[in-house]
Design a protein around this ligand. Structure first.
Ligand SMILES: [Zn+2]
Length: 167
């Protein structure tokens, strides 16, 4: 077996291992395997460690552009359910964490001071991501699902009627 096909086989087996360690349910699909730092899952593929939710994101054919993070819509770090995940920049992720009261500089957990994140508001980075995905011919429904917004929002961005102020 050539090194290349061996590598492919190992990656294939890793994906099998990923899904075999997930508890499927009606809500979140939780990783039950090894845990790394910050209560995040950890799995080893070809001697390197990866976070299972990122592997799950890529396993179903999504792309992960440099500088982007796979974030949780459901706020459950163990969750690997692809439709609970979305792409965000590092900045989005930090802001999301502080809005949800996680992270070192997060808001107080007091519900009076807790502002739930808006799922409809897109950041400038996300709007740019939408535009580049539209330009590369991605389906609008798919982009909408990945970002957790309605099809209309993507449609309006495509026609320059939403977020026209974002350069
Ligand atoms: Zn979830």
């Amino acid at each position: 077996m050539s090194p290349r096909s061996l590598r492919r086989l190992q990656i294939f087996c890793s994906l099998y291992r990923l899904w075999s360690k997930v508890r499927f349910g009606g809500g979140c699909w939780e990783w039950t395997g090894a845990m790394g730092s910050h209560n995040r899952g950890s799995m080893t593929i070809l001697r390197r460690r990866y976070m299972p939710h990122r592997v799950a994101w890529l396993a179903i054919g999504n792309s992960l552009p440099p500088g982007m993070k796979v974030c949780h819509r459901c706020d459950n770090p163990r969750c690997v359910r692809p439709d609970h995940l979305f792409l965000g920049s590092q900045a989005d992720n930090m802001r999301d964490m502080s809005l949800k009261g996680r992270g070192r500089n997060g808001f107080s957990k007091d519900p009076l001071h807790h502002r739930p994140p808006s799922r409809r508001a897109l950041t400038a980075d996300q709007v740019r991501l939408v535009r580049s995905r539209l330009a590369s011919g991605d389906r609008r429904s798919l982009i909408a699902r990945d970002l957790g917004v309605s099809y209309t929002v993507i449609h309006m961005i495509a026609h320059g009627r939403h977020y026209a102020e974002v350069a």
